[in-house]
Design a protein around this ligand. Structure first.
Ligand SMILES: N[C@@H](CCC(=O)N[C@@H](CS)C(=O)NCC(=O)O)C(=O)O
Length: 217
């Protein structure tokens, strides 16, 4: 076994990496970050303390988009997550950045704010995060009009980013019926077997969601 993933099933970025692994049935050792030993190994590998972290034959790879690019390059399978054509790949990377920066980041801001003590909370930050999510939903709704997946017909890195982003975004800031295209895309992502598996594996941890997980999905 050459690949080891340090991750937690309930983490959005870990789900993003897991989707890529599950899409291609790539074998890996799953080091779940739920023990002192696993946590110590992870922290030694990446003192920045963000997960997931991939170790490939002794080489440490961080940042989920780069982990997926690495898998696509070094452990390719039938589902190519970054297209070979450079121009198409650019669009995939652009959409990947969109989901990380303008969906997942505001979601994390809202969730992490709820974990703070009342004196340390940042209500204005939460307002701004919700405004960003509204803008993101509106833009995405327009562009998903004629697309099955984030960049068109092929499932890609961008959809790996989209799935957990939109999954959790809808929990913290529901996608309104005005954005039916986003709602439908989120449903397609939930029906994709790789993501459905990641969601199922995370079910036992739903009680940990600080804002309360809704009784759906
Ligand atoms: N830019 C990083 C973000 C990773 C990230 O934020 N992971 C979260 C879990 S979903 C984390 O490490 N949280 C730990 C913390 O905030 O202390 C990536 O793409 O991998």
């Amino acid at each position: 076994m050459t690949l080891t993933l340090y991750a937690h099933p309930f983490s959005s970025y870990c789900q993003k990496a897991l989707i890529a692994l599950y899409e291609n049935g790539t074998p890996f050792e799953y080091r779940i970050l739920d023990s002192e030993q696993a946590n110590a190994e992870w922290e030694a590998l990446w003192p920045i303390r963000r997960f997931p972290v991939l170790v490939d034959d002794g080489r440490t790879i961080v940042e989920t988009s780069i982990i997926i690019e690495h898998l696509d390059l070094r452990h390719p399978g039938p589902v190519r997550l970054v297209p070979e054509d450079a121009r198409t790949a650019l669009n995939v990377r652009m959409m990947d950045r969109f989901f990380d920066n303008y969906v997942m980041t505001p979601v994390q801001r809202i969730v992490s704010n709820s974990l703070r003590t009342p004196e340390a909370r940042d209500p204005q930050g939460v307002v701004e995060a919700r405004e960003m999510l509204d803008r993101s939903y509106a833009w995405l709704n327009r562009i998903m009009d004629d697309r099955e997946w984030a960049t068109g017909e092929a499932f890609s890195l961008a959809d790996c980013a989209a799935a957990p982003s939109l999954f959790y975004a809808d929990w913290v800031h529901p996608v309104s019926d005005a954005f039916a295209g986003v709602q439908a895309y989120r449903r397609r992502l939930l029906a994709r077997p790789s993501f459905a598996r990641a969601v199922d594996e995370a079910r036992p941890y739903r009680h940990l969601f600080p804002l309360g997980a809704p009784d759906r999905d």
